[in-house]
Write a protein that binds this ligand. Sequence first.
Ligand SMILES: Nc1ncnc2c1ncn2[C@@H]1O[C@H](COP(=O)(O)OP(=O)(O)OP(=O)(O)O)[C@@H](O)[C@H]1O
Length: 323
Amino acid sequence: MLRVRNLSFGYTNKPFLKNLSFNIDRGENVSVIGASGCGKSTLLQSIYGLHHVDGKIFWEDKQLLGPNFNIVPGEDFMKYLTQDFDLMPSLSAADNVGKFLSNMYPRKKQQRVNELLELVEMKEFGRVKAKHLSGGQQQRVALARVLAKPPEVLLLDEPFSHIDHFRKNRLRRNLFSHLKKNNITVMVATHDSTDALSFADSTLVMKAGRIIAKGSPEELYQDPKNAYVGSLFGEINELPAEIFLPKQTKRKKIVLYPHEIRLTTEEGYKAIVKNTFFKGSHFLTEVALPGDIRVFLETSIKLPRESTVHLEISEKLLQKRLR
Ligand SMILES: Nc1ncnc2c1ncn2[C@@H]1O[C@H](COP(=O)(O)OP(=O)(O)OP(=O)(O)O)[C@@H](O)[C@H]1O
């Protein structure tokens, strides 16, 4: 288990990461999500041992002591894939992947390199020098390289940022199932929730150096505490609670996903259609409640602009969200 206790760190005298504590089980896949600049990379670097931090970090029974105690920064059972890949430009893709593998058994080494190049769908580029590969191809080689000597803990910083949509889904499936199969503990930092949520066992949501929510992606989805958490799952509405439950005072705002708001007959909340956006399986429709409060909902048809509609939201859902 990776245990982080009261971790704080600042680039200046002022702490930026503030008192973070969490556990990650061996073999668990944890996504670290949050807006750009919230501290995801700093957290991964702190765990890897690149910063001298306050607080304690343990892997199993071993305390990780950081740069003041390690001559070569970083822990050897752990790999950290940075956002800038760190490949040797004049080496081929295959040589980059095999760089840290022993030359004692050349055939075994070759086999391992081929297996990993296949995993990231780069086998046909094995002989090409890294400097002649595209950004996305370099990122795939870098992913293969951190797996060459299987780490116990893998820290991935925006691992799919350069990879196109066509390939991304398959690559994510292959990579994460490889990690699960090999019981590798992984933390994936990303600002793109689709990059990680469907594969994560749990999620840490960061904002301005703090963890503001943690749980399984399903738990966070079912009960988004605020718009920041809700928006990890796509478009959201953050609406004044008093519209729906005037006597409710505990939460001033309520977060609702567009699909949770339905069209109904004339008994619902009256609204005017302002915009429609084609989304393939549905339209995302923007309507205005009195006071020009904008609401997004999903509709199966394209509704005419300025037409009047009525909205309905399940009472049970409202009560649950406002708890
Ligand atoms: N070496 C550094 N020296 C000083 N400040 C830094 C350094 N690295 C990062 N920062 C600052 O620390 C904050 C957190 O940066 P960090 O890179 O951890 O965020 P992030 O969530 O990973 O962002 P992104 O998603 O854009 O990669 C930012 O305000 C950044 O400017």
